[in-house]
Write a protein that binds this ligand. Structure first.
Ligand SMILES: NC(=O)c1ccc[n+]([C@@H]2O[C@H](COP(=O)([O-])OP(=O)(O)OC[C@H]3O[C@@H](n4cnc5c(N)ncnc54)[C@H](O)[C@@H]3O)[C@@H](O)[C@H]2O)c1
Length: 554
């Protein structure tokens, strides 16, 4: 087994690691030393000469030299990481998967004091306000460290080493199951307490994640709400994992797909909960894609005037979008999502393993939303989609095994967490998430919400937003072509749509994003977005028509 120590600068990873390795007669590896040996200069000198980017590239290479995890039951290697090593999702994937990550935690004030006494120069905290610098790093990185097992590092060295030993022994007793299945702990890559619930992301982590959320809520049973497709792909195995952990399991099965989003289904679901004598405060666990999550979320929002819900999103749309943000709704014959409420989940447990069984079209369509997230200003997400998006859409095993899918999900999901946390009720900044959605929704509605998946429609909407933005001088030409080239590469929004421009414009007029009677457009800029309510109607008609079949354009 490899034990990986993570934590802020000054938390004592190297000292603890050395002592721990001696205790288990294991090899000790200090990643910073590996980097310094390879570079022939100190970390501080590398920062000076090559900047942080240069250092991080060397760090990534050093993580690569570790090879795969050691599968032996005893501790074979103890690896001390640098404070920022696990910020990079791919490093975290390599370091946490199949190894035992332990977070040595400590209060920023104590760590700053230690750093002041240390002879080693830490480039990122070497300013005049070390406490402030450590605090800022702590806020930025907590979610990455918190995914590991936590021990407090503010104690005698021996006590800290004993605490890590206890975690190692605990794991030895329960057996380390690292095959990504739901009965073992799986790999947790991110854990964050947010205003939108406790968000965890990982691989094979659903069983442990749901059990932990149920414990937090002091639940006495696991009431699972799912639908046939998600149940056979994910729910059944998750239920078995929960039963193996001693949880009594109840199941409420709703219809599959958009058929779930009906008021009648809410009535049936509520009756099922009443028959199970579900009490106020008892959580339900929603296992499925966006349709199931929207319905089960609304059920949780209204049953007994509101009970907690734990979301286990099983589609890419649900993992990067619908499970985050607390929007719940069902449809009416008059339109989609017309009856609903805001109801934040207690927890969102994202397990990327579920995405392996998803139909290619579902994965590819969801990438329309991922491109939108990249266009909001995540350059690394752009790069990732450009180089590997198509393989991810195809479901290539290598994209899962290399950590690419995990990185994609983390980047897109976390971007949504950040935007929505700052604006839960869509009063301000959250509108940015509507990039590509104005004409996107109109196309989706023109298709009767049947022939075009949501992400596919958003891809058309993104092309339109780029063209409108470019015509208005808001979107630089190279930005617009980068977005459109990426959509080409992902085979999204390629074919002209078979709807008339009159229908599309009428549906656009019914859009919810009006303010004072004018539609608010989110348009791409060089590295983000701008919101405008002065887009000329003729320009919208011209651009909107450009994505339709020729004879339907006027
Ligand atoms: N609340 C929000 O903020 C929000 C955001 C975006 C979309 N949505 C809503 O989400 C819905 C679309 O969600 P969706 O795209 O996830 O569709 P979906 O929930 O209908 O799932 C698509 C299909 O995939 C199947 N499936 C689910 N998990 C699977 C798995 N792991 N393997 C194989 N198949 C699996 C389902 O049975 C279904 O047939 C729409 O109703 C949309 O309005 C809501």
């Amino acid at each position: 087994m490899d034990v990986v120590l993570v934590g802020l600068p000054g938390s004592g990873k190297s000292v603890v690691g050395r002592r721990l390795a001696a205790r288990y007669r294991a090899v000790f590896i200090d990643l910073d030393e590996v980097i310094e040996r390879a570079a022939g200069r100190s970390v501080a000198e590398i920062f000076e000469a090559e900047g942080e980017a240069g250092f991080r590239a060397r760090e990534r290479a050093a993580v690569g030299t570790l090879g795969g995890p050691d599968a032996a039951a005893s501790v074979v290697r103890v690896i001390a990481t640098g404070g920022g090593t696990v910020v990079d999702p791919r490093n975290r994937w390599r370091l946490y998967r199949g190894r035992l990550p332990v977070w040595i935690d400590g209060r920023p004030e104590v760590l700053a004091q230690r750093l002041r006494r240390s002879v080693t120069v830490r480039p990122l905290v070497a300013g005049r306000d070390p406490v402030g610098a450590v605090r800022a790093l702590s806020a930025e990185r907590r979610r990455f460290y918190a995914a590991a097992h936590r021990v407090t590092g503010v104690a005698e060295l021996r006590t800290v080493v004993d605490s890590v030993s206890r975690i190692i022994e605990e794991h030895g007793r329960h057996g380390m199951v690292f095959d990504g299945r739901l009965h073992g702990p799986g790999t947790r890559l991110l854990l964050a307490e947010t205003p939108l619930g406790v968000v965890t992301i990982g691989e094979g982590n659903a069983g442990a994640g749901v059990a932990s959320a149920l414990r937090r809520l002091e639940a006495r049973r696991a009431i699972l709400v799912s639908e046939p497709g998600a149940w056979s792909a994910a729910g059944e195995e998750l239920a078995a994992g929960l039963e193996a952990r001693g949880w009594p399991v109840e199941l409420v099965l709703l219809p599959q797909g958009e058929a779930a989003k009906q008021l009648a289904v809410i009535g049936d679901g509520a009756s099922s909960l009443a028959r199970l004598r579900v009490e106020r405060g008892e959580p339900i666990v929603a296992i499925g894609g966006g349709a199931l999550g929207d319905t089960a979320g609304f059920l949780a929002a209204t049953y007994l005037r509101g009970i907690p819900v734990i979301h286990v999103p099983t589609t890419l749309v649900a993992q990067i979008d619908s499970s985050i943000g607390g929007k719940t709704a069902v449809d009416l014959p008059e339109g989609k999502n017309l009856v609903g409420s805001f109801h934040q989940p207690a927890a969102v447990v994202i397990d990327i393993t579920f995405l392996r069984t998803l139909a290619e079209r579902e994965r590819r369509a969801a990438l329309g939303e991922a491109v939108k997230m990249a266009a909001l200003g995540d350059e690394r997400l752009f790069d990732l989609l450009e180089s590997d998006g198509d393989a991810i859409a195809e479901g290539a095993a290598a994209t899962f095994d290399s950590g690419l899918v995990a990185e994609l999900v983390e980047r897109a999901a976390w971007a949504k967490v950040q935007i929505v946390s700052a604006d839960e009720r869509e009063a301000g900044d959250r509108i940015r998430l509507n990039l590509g959605h104005s004409l996107g929704h109109a196309y989706e509605a023109a298709a009767g919400f049947a022939n075009l998946l949501h992400g596919e429609a958003v891809a058309y909407g993104l092309r339109a937003a780029c063209r409108i933005g470019e015509a208005m001088g808001i979107t630089p030409t190279d930005r617009a072509s980068r977005v459109e080239r990426l959509l080409d590469k992902l085979s999204l929004a390629l074919r002209p749509l078979p709807y008339s421009i009159d229908t599309v414009l009428a549906l656009l007029g019914a859009d919810k994003k009006h303010s004072g009677g004018r539609l608010r457009w989110v348009l791409p800029t060089a590295d983000g977005t701008e919101v405008r309510n002065d887009v000329p109607a003729e320009l919208v008609a011209h651009v909107g028509a450009g994505l339709l079949e020729e004879e339907l354009r006027s």
